[in-house]
Design a protein around this ligand. Structure first.
Ligand code: SF4
Ligand code: SF4
Length: 763
């Protein structure tokens, strides 16, 4: 059914400015009520296509490396390539303009159109023309602009801004488009199917192509040595806009330049697969305008063709100098990061987006082109990392958003954002709320010393109201309980903190890293890991508890996270030197070691040890799988699933960063090998994402994201209940909150089987 936007819900255009938090929250509310279901449906369809298409590319990872290398080289040589491109365009008979600002770009295009006597422009989809506000500039001259991309046409009729970089009307269901067309064009046609709607729009647009005085397009890639443009599209409207009118103006950011035509190859393959899930998009034009053939006029005469290439800087050259954010310029605008993002799937780009650019990558683009304050929506990036393996040019999108968060924090306290995120001053002046979440280690340490009172306070309604007011923890969330004894203390008491003498089993030596979340909260998970590893003969000890930096990083407190990373390395150094592997229970902490520490530990002794840590650290269940395989132990014999008191059927939800690191599949394999009947969740993220789901303002979004997961559990349990299993602590909390049942770590299942007579010598 068409959604009705009530007067109390702001329209998508009025929520475009999200430079303050309340506007962002209003946009989220609007999106959840009006746009969520269409965005979810459409992004998930894109995802299915992309997964199929990218898995059919035999050298996908190599291709990504090639594409990234071309972008790195092109941006490094940008001044030289700009000069070469200007010469190529002139040689071809076109005009070249490098616009320093959005206003200058619009002014130039408007001037060209005015001089050519243009009255009607047909326009292909171009995010850069949105960025420079071109339609407004042309409108001011009385020039009619007709958007010819179907989605852009819909938005022009609706007077809305795009909500996705490749599918601007992704927030529209077919029913809403039907209602919009019927209302706007006063037609009695049924317009009940996609075909009818498309035919209706085509009928209105076709005559415009024939009448237009100018066609304006973007450009996906531009070869500096020949002035050749690549125009990628699905509808052929760009082909018509660039070839039919006598005047063609192409507008693109300077980052679209590559050295030569031979560099197009990897991008064409990656863009089609990543964007629409096709081996090749329906229409790919490779042109070196202007066309030499004159345009035949209605009176039989001929008109020479004109071509202008407008390259837009508008903050890009500054972005190129930004050590932290530069890689956003490698973006080829495929939209894969938007589609693979659980938060984007739930609210779309009118909430998770700015005036022009949306999704995880959009924050950096808005910050570069319109100013940092316009990147406030990047707070919706939880850092889950699910977009990272989807990006065809390997952009570390969560890292960009972490840097933005740090800079926005500085802006909020009236400081000029420091370019070096590791400078100690970069974190100073953080709000109480950010400090609360970032220094959870302090809270947990003291909370577990006085567990009765701290846990009572955490459950006491007035205290929760106060917490909400003071630090922004949503009062509806149950806070995790603090444990006493902690993992380190309990392992000592149970003598699990030292090597166990075993003659048989694995020869591996390991240290279990006592991360903050496991040590002070989920002690049973840590103990389960210790017991299972001891039982398999692993010589395993327990580290001191230390903050690894994850909590601070998630608040954009990068300098604090870096200091904690240094301390963590100092704690782990003796174990690594002793030849021990590092076993981590909480996947988000392992992701720090394997992935995020490279941003925090650049040089010095800690930096030198980092490579060793990356190679020798394991997620706990992954490690059990490695040990079993090396020792040629049959999981079904050691951990026979049927011995589990709750049965052998389970529903498993892996943690987002665990999936990104490739540790989810080994866990599923191990559980299946033990004989469990496993149904796995098919969502990118549970919506909790560490502290995100606790925050006032994001609670509803967090639960809305989880709806898919809860629905999958209910569907899986149609044939009878299943044990709920999750590897991440925040996933466990989300599932428990939504389904009201206990949720176990995979190793807790194996430990329980041991207790019931698996390996008899399990301590
Ligand atoms: S890291 Fe996660 S939340 Fe952030 S943009 Fe990527 S997928 Fe979205
Ligand atoms: S950041 Fe990567 S995944 Fe996202 S749109 Fe750009 S190229 Fe595509």
């Amino acid at each position: 059914m068409p959604a009705n936007i009530s007067p109390s819900i702001p329209s998508p255009r009025s929520v475009a400015d999200k430079s303050d938090k309340s506007a962002l929250l209003a946009a989220i509310r609007m999106a959840l009520q009006v746009e969520s279901s269409a965005v979810r449906h459409n992004t998930q369809s894109f995802n299915r296509g992309r997964y199929a298409a990218t898995s059919a590319i035999p050298d996908y990872e190599t291709l990504k490396d090639k594409a990234r290398a071309i972008k790195e080289d092109s941006l490094a040589r940008l001044p030289e390539l700009l000069a070469a491109l200007e010469a190529s365009v002139s040689r071809n008979g076109g005009h070249f303009h490098l616009a320093p600002t959005a206003a200058d770009a619009s002014r130039y295009v408007a001037e060209v159109c005015r001089e050519a006597g243009v009255r009607l422009v047909v326009k292909g989809k171009s995010m850069t023309s949105e960025e420079i506000g071109l339609n407004r500039a042309l409108d001011a001259l009385g020039i009619q602009v007709v958007e010819t991309d179907l989605a852009e046409f819909i938005l022009q009729v609706a007077d809305e801004q795009p909500s996705h970089i490749i599918a601007p009307a992704i927030h529209y269901s077919r029913e809403r488009i039907t209602a919009l067309f019927k209302r706007s064009f006063r037609t009695d046609l049924p317009l009940a199917t996609g075909e009818e709607l498309t035919a209706f729009a085509r009928g209105r647009l076709r005559e415009k192509f024939l009448q237009a005085d100018a066609g304006i397009t973007g450009a996906n890639f531009i070869a500096a040595d020949s002035g050749t443009l690549v125009l990628v599209e699905s509808e052929a409207n760009i082909r018509m806009a660039s070839l039919l009118p006598p005047l063609h103006i192409a507008i693109a950011g300077v980052e679209k330049i590559v050295p030569s035509r031979k560099d197009f190859g990897p991008f064409l393959e990656l863009l089609a697969a990543s964007a629409t899930g096709q081996p090749m998009t329906s229409y790919t034009s490779v042109i070196s305008p202007p066309l030499k053939a004159a345009r035949v006029l209605a009176d039989g005469g001929a008109a020479a063709r004109q071509f202008h290439l407008v390259l837009v800087d508008n903050g890009r050259l500054n972005l190129r100098q930004d050590e932290c954010l530069r890689e956003a310029l490698y973006c080829i605008r495929c939209g894969a990061c938007l589609n693979s993002c659980a938060n984007f799937q739930t609210v779309g780009g009118h909430a998770f987006g700015g005036e022009t650019y949306s999704g995880g990558i959009g924050g950096t683009w808005e910050s570069a082109t319109r100013g940092l304050q316009n990147a406030r929506f990047s707070e919706l990036c939880t850092g889950c990392s699910r977009c990272v393996p989807q990006c065809p040019v390997r952009i570390d999108i969560p890292w960009l958003n972490t840097v933005l968060r740090q800079r926005l924090g500085q802006l909020d306290v009236g400081k000029r954002p420091a370019p070096n995120p590791l400078a100690p001053s970069a974190d100073s002046g953080a709000s109480l709320s950010r400090l609360f979440f970032a220094r959870y280690d302090l809270l947990a340490k003291w909370g577990s010393r006085f567990p009765r009172s701290s846990n009572w306070i955490g459950r006491f309604a007035p205290a929760r109201v106060l917490l909400e007011l003071l630090v922004g923890v949503d009062r509806r969330r149950r806070l995790p309980l603090f444990a006493n004894p902690t993992l380190v203390e309990a392992s000592r008491q149970l003598r699990l903190d030292q090597p166990q003498a075993r003659k048989d089993g694995s020869s591996r030596k390991a240290v279990l890293f006592a991360d903050v979340f496991t040590n002070y909260g989920s002690v049973s998970r840590g103990l389960a890991a210790l017991r299972v590893l001891h039982a398999l003969g692993v010589d395993v000890v327990v580290s001191d508890a230390v903050a690894d930096g994850r909590a601070a990083l998630s608040q954009g407190m990068i300098a604090t996270a870096a200091r904690q990373a240094e301390r963590t390395i100092a704690v782990l150094r003796p174990y690594l030197k002793e030849g021990r592997d590092v076993v981590v229970v909480e996947p988000s902490v392992l992701a720090m070691f394997r992935h995020d520490y490279r941003h925090l530990l650049k040089s010095g002794p800690a930096g030198e040890l980092l490579q060793t840590l990356r190679e020798r650290s394991f997620e706990a269940t992954e490690y059990v799988g490695v040990v079993l395989q090396e020792s040629q132990i049959d999981a079904a014999k050691v951990f026979p699933a049927l011995r589990h008191p709750l049965g052998a059927k389970l529903f498993y939800h892996s943690h987002c960063q665990q999936k990104t690191m490739g540790c989810a599949a080994p866990t599923e394999l191990l559980l299946r090998a033990a004989g469990f009947d496993v149904i796995t969740s098919q969502v990118e993220c549970c919506g909790m994402a560490g502290s995100f789901g606790y925050k006032k303002g994001f609670y509803e979004l967090s639960l809305a994201v989880a709806e898919d997961l809860f629905a999958q559990v209910r569907k899986a349990e149609n044939g009878g209940s299943r044990i709920l299993v999750a590897s991440g602590i925040s996933c466990q909390e989300q599932l428990q909150a939504g389904l009201g049942r206990p949720v176990f770590h995979p190793l807790e299942l194996l430990e329980e089987i041991l207790k019931r007579g698996g390996i008899a010598s399990a301590p």
